[in-house]
Structures are given as C-alpha cells and as structure tokens.
Design a protein around this ligand. Structure first.
Ligand code: FE2
Ligand code: FE2
Length: 474
C-alpha cells in the first residue's frame, strides 16, 4: 500500500473514501499545529532541518530524507500492511479471526490503552522543547528534531484510531491529548515519567534509551493485539522508534568516550578533575541512569495486575514477540513473584501467569536495557578502566506495584527508611550534579563541531558526513 501525499493528511488508509472521518481529522489538524507551535521545539522552527519522512511502509526504503521546516513536516497516518487471514494470537479467543472493528465489550479497555499510549507521544515533545537551545552539535540537533516530529506522528497514529473507531468519545479524547501538558500542575500527562523535566542532553539521551524503550515494549505488545488496525499502527511505529533508542544508546556511548579521553588526558579518574576538564564523570552518568531506569520501570504497571490478566485473556494486549512463546493461552500456569515481607524480608508469591503479564514484559525490557549497559561497559573495558555501569534492581525506587515505596538500595536489598533517606541523594543526580551538567550545555552550531563533553558520532545520517549542515542555522 502506498502513501497518498496529494491529500492534506498523508495516509495509506484510503482516508479520501471516508469523508466524515477525513473532515474530522482535518479539523483536528490545525489544533495539532497550534500545539506544535506553542509546545513543540522552542527554536529553529523556521530553519531547514535534514529530516526523514515516511513515504511507504515497506521494510526497505520506507523513508525519504531532505530539508524540511518542522511546521511543514508531513505528519500522516501509516499502518503496516494487513496480514492475510490474521488470527488472534493469544488468550481465550486464540485462533479466531482478528477484529477489524472494536468489539463493544472491549471498547473502554482499548480506548484507555490507546489514550495512554497517545498521551506519551506529545508529552515527550513537550519535555524536550527547550533542548534546541543547547544542542552539542548540528548532528544532535537534527536527531532531537527527528525524534520530536516522529513523536508528533505517533500522536497522529493514535488520534486516527480514536477518530476512526471510537466515535464521539474518541474525538473528545483526541482533544484532551492536546489539552494535557507535561508537568502541568492542573492537567498533567497521564504517566509520571512523562511529567519529569528534561533540562539537559544527558537526560535526553537517558530518556531516549530507557523511556523510549518502554515505548518499544508497549508497542510490541500492542502489535500483537487482536484489534487489527491497532496492531498494524503500532507495528509501523516500531520502525521509527528504533532510531530514538539509537540516539540514546550512541549518545551515552559518545559521552562515555569523551569522558575516557579526558581521564586519559588528565591522567585522573577523580570526578572533580574530570569535571574541571569539562566532561561528565562516570558516577554522575550512573546516577542519571539510576533515575531514568527506575522511573521508566513504573511505566509497565503493577507486577501483579488483574487488568493485565484481563487484557491478555480478552486478546487486546499480548506479550512482545508472542510467537516466541510455546503456550499462547497461559491459562493454567503460574509465575513466582518475589515480594516484600515482614520488616526487611521477602517471600515468594505464586500468582497466575496472566496476572504477571506486566512483569513478563518488564523483564523483557530489563534484558534489552542490559544490552546498552554491555555496550557502554565494553567501551570502558577497551580503554582499560575498571569502572562498570550497573542496572539497578527492579525493586529500587519504585512507585507502583509490590515494591512501591519499599526502601531498598540500588541492588534491591531491603534497608531501613532512615538508611534509604540518608543515601538516596548519592544514588540519584543531586542538585549539584544537575547544575554541573547544566553548565556544560552550550550550543554548538558549526557543522562537524562537538561540545567538549561529547565525542563525535562514528558516522553521519543516511550516508551524509558528520560535518554535514544538518540544520541550516542561518
Ligand atoms: Fe513514539
Ligand atoms: Fe520514541
């Protein structure tokens, strides 16, 4: 299916054949553009940015690269091609044909999942809106904007589903998606992580690594959904999402490389010496990592969850890569959950597998996060340094589930509240850390030049050199 660019809203869903839906979306479009201008990137809206735009949903060559002014980006509606005779892949309806319309009994649950996913997309754009001021290079500036316009497109993807399949309620929800704002005291975004400020580029890289990766696992679970238009929408979103995590993974790797250079130049790994030389010391990186990883863990929901069981049983939300599992019913099996017990102990609670689905997805996410740590630790190892990054335990600093508000150290050992309060400041970025990182954030706009705290990337974007003028600043 090719994408129709002649229409106001590019799409591969034959929008032109449904006038009512087309008109409703064309009415939402100016509201979206207003939101983009008011709460999207604060700088460079009038500049040419070298961006990719989706032009097909083919695995090969789905994107076109060229200079675009961000407000003129072609945000559109693209669903992965339908699968012939697709069947429900898990739960009680296993093997029956998938749904092309929303079954009445699953309407509110599906709407809730789509709205919650949709809410995260514009939220992250709002969180990142000031970063253009302080981009460490034109290459990074361009990557930030690429992520931003694609999160805008992901909002479009969810709004399409709301308009097309949920009638009046859906249209109201679509308006609400532009009315809630990240960090707003009265009308915040739905999930806590998406109300955390992102004031510096270290936070941006951690966010794209850890929080966009939560998005990846949610989308992979939704790509299994029996509601076929939802599954196809999320499947294509994953294609774009991969780049966001690449930005995080390579961004942190480049910070580590630069820090190692400074450590070797100064002959010291003392954090103060590293800071004086204008780089981020490794323990500060670890504290940022602790913050964003633990915050992102809560996005998966409670470890024991009757909602998760219901989503799986009814076929509306599966497990990532459901095909890899042998048992798609997960009906008579169980899951051992380690939960807090007594004053400082733990015990194992055996719960039905379906109730543990959030934990199953969270564990898959943790394994995926470990790959990034292995990558960064290999850079440290190759440079002959003994320092290693560690991933905190999933018990650490949790706000949701059995471990919510249970004091543990980053390794997951239970400790007293007093010990926790006394040490938390050393495990998370302090005001001083944030002020120091903030002081490094200086805008660099000469093509190919990098700020002093980050190494250049290995290569540029889409066969362009690193010193390409990714954003035309004049
Ligand atoms: Fe997204
Ligand atoms: Fe993303």
């Amino acid at each position: 299916m090719s994408i129709n660019y002649a229409e106001k809203i590019p799409n591969n869903v034959e929008l032109g054949s449904n006038r009512t839906l087309q008109r409703a979306l064309e009415q939402w479009q100016p509201a979206f553009l207003n939101w983009w201008k008011e709460l999207g990137p604060t700088d460079f809206q009038a500049n040419d940015v070298y961006l990719r735009t989706a032009i097909s949903v083919d695995a090969k060559g789905w994107a076109h690269y060229d200079y675009v002014k961000m407000p003129e980006y072609r945000w559109g509606i693209f669903l992965a091609d339908p699968e012939h005779d697709r069947r429900v892949g898990f739960g009680d309806e296993f093997g029956k044909p998938v749904w092309q319309q929303v079954p009445g009994e699953h309407r509110s649950a599906l709407r809730r999942l789509i709205v919650t996913q949709g809410d995260t997309e514009p939220a992250s754009v709002e969180q990142q809106r000031l970063l253009g001021h302080t981009a460490p290079s034109l290459y990074d500036l361009r990557n930030l904007f690429q992520v931003n316009v694609e999160e805008g497109r992901h909002l479009w993807a969810m709004v399409y589903l709301l308009h097309a399949y949920f009638g009046r309620d859906g249209r109201e929800e679509a308006e609400e998606l532009l009315a809630r704002h990240s960090g707003d005291a009265d009308n915040p975004r739905i999930l806590a992580t998406f109300n955390e400020p992102i004031r510096d580029w270290l936070s941006f890289f951690m966010f794209t690594f850890f929080t966009d990766r939560d998005g990846k696992f949610q989308l992979k679970s939704f790509a299994e959904s029996s509601f076929d238009p939802f599954a196809r929408t999320c499947k294509f979103m994953l294609t774009e999402e991969a780049h966001h995590m690449f930005v995080g993974d390579t961004g942190i790797a480049r910070v580590v490389r630069r820090t190692l250079e400074v450590m070797s130049e100064t002959g010291s790994d003392d954090p103060d010496t590293v800071r004086h030389a204008g780089a981020v010391d490794l323990p500060t990186l670890q504290r940022y990592l602790n913050f964003w990883f633990s915050s992102s863990l809560d996005l998966f929901g409670a470890d024991a969850s009757s909602n998760a069981a219901q989503y799986f049983a009814t076929g509306i939300k599966g497990r990532p890569d459901e095909k890899k599992f042998a048992d798609h019913l997960a009906a008579g099996t169980s899951f051992d959950l380690e939960i807090p017990d007594g004053s400082l102990g733990t015990r194992v609670d055996t719960i039905p597998m379906r109730n543990a689905m959030n934990e199953v997805v969270r564990n898959a996410y943790v394994d995926d996060c470990m790959k990034g740590l292995t990558h960064w630790n290999r850079i440290l190892e190759a440079a002959g340094h003994a320092y290693r990054f560690t991933l905190p335990s999933t018990r650490f600093r949790r706000g949701i589930g059995s471990w919510a508000n249970i004091p543990t150290d980053p390794a997951g050992n239970r400790i007293t509240q007093e010990a926790y309060d006394a040490q938390l400041g050393s495990w998370l970025p302090s005001d001083d850390d944030r002020a120091f990182v903030g002081s490094l954030m200086q805008r660099v706009t000469e093509p190919g030049k990098m700020a002093g705290w980050i190494a250049p990337p290995d290569k540029g974007v889409k066969d362009r050199p690193v010193d390409y003028e990714y954003v035309r600043v004049v």
